[in-house]
Design a protein around this ligand. Structure first.
Ligand code: ZN
Length: 322
């Protein structure tokens, strides 16, 4: 049997059962009043008749709370809430995004899932939200003498696609800056910064790193002052030195090459406004990589566990920003 033949990718009742097993592992929670395991299933309820479905459609996974008497499904309070897309298609999309190293474009999701492009675009951005590790779940990086490599990279479209005034600028201008830190053998954490300067980096490092970590950077000027706060080892890229003993930034550079191949090869263009979401996606896949023993299905399960509390409450991202 192939992974794709799993019932929850095709059958709506099975999809609900799968999502419930993940999100309600510790009991069925009423999203209205918070009581646990004090509800019962409502079977055979159908939606209101419509032109397309004169008999209505079966409402899967519907429960009624014995405490507050309100009805709910597992979609409430998750990224699934404000969409009418069937849950089994959501699960297909999550699986695709979790199992492709460089990501899946909205165009590809639109073709594979047979949904409108706009729907696919919304879907992908919501799944990126599910992949985002909330601030309160982010551990301090590094530890006693643990190397944490860091670097910055600039992400932007092709020169010819840019407005004239921004063309032919070398380096950073007109591009978006991504700053990333990776604990060697461990987790990566990325952020989209408007400017990467010694001044903007310092508070970030103080907030995210154990003060006993050993940071490793290239010899760019923005990193120089970090030696005041941390043990700091530098490779002199400007003098063509790339490795000196354990001192190097190869881990973060190979991470950036995955990001760049994804952004160039899959997404083609990423607007600055949404860059942080794409970075959540790349970080998530890296942090749940198969080198750590995390294979596709477990990775998809972890993304699914992240759908809770991630509902985009405002009316964005809108497709016109795509
Ligand atoms: Zn309730």
């Amino acid at each position: 049997m192939s992974v794709l033949s799993k019932p929850y990718f095709h059958d709506e009742a099975a999809a609900f059962a799968h999502v419930e097993a993940t999100l309600w592992a510790d009991g069925r929670v009423c999203p209205h009043c918070g009581t646990v395991d004090n509800s019962y299933a409502l079977k055979g309820v159908r939606s209101k008749p419509s032109k397309k479905n004169p008999e209505g459609v079966e409402r899967h996974g519907l429960y009624k709370c014995s405490g507050c008497r309100k009805q709910f499904t597992v979609r409430i309070g998750t990224i699934f809430e404000e969409s009418h897309l069937e849950l089994h298609k959501w699960l297909q999309a999550i699986h695709l995004m979790c199992s492709s190293k460089k990501g899946v474009s909205a165009h590809q999701l639109h073709r594979i899932l047979e949904v409108q492009y706009k729907t696919a675009w919304f879907l992908a951005h919501r799944i990126r939200e599910a992949m985002r590790l909330p601030l309160e779940d982010q551990d301090i990086m590094g530890g006693p003498s643990t190397p944490v490599e860091m670097d910055e990279t600039y992400v932007g479209g092709k020169e010819s696609n840019k407005p004239r005034r921004l063309r032919q600028n070398r380096g950073a201008q007109g591009k978006a800056a991504v700053f990333s830190m990776v604990e060697r053998g461990g987790q990566v954490r990325s952020m989209h910064l408007t400017t990467v300067t010694a001044k903007s980096l310092r508070p970030i490092l103080l907030a995210h790193l154990d003060d006993r970590a050993v940071i490793m950077t290239d010899d760019a000027g923005i990193y120089r002052k970090l030696s005041n706060d941390f043990a700091h080892e530098v490779v002199n890229h400007s003098m063509e030195e790339y490795v000196r003993g354990r001192t190097h930034t190869n881990t973060i550079e190979s991470y950036f090459s995955i990001v760049k191949r994804g952004i160039m090869g899959t997404f083609h263009h990423v607007s600055q406004q949404h860059l942080h979401r794409y970075m959540s996606e790349f970080d998530f896949r890296y942090n749940n990589r198969s080198a750590l023993g995390i294979e596709d299905e477990i990775r998809a399960g972890r993304a699914l566990a992240g759908v809770k509390g991630k509902r985009l409450t405002y009316h964005g991202p809108s497709a016109s920003e795509a």
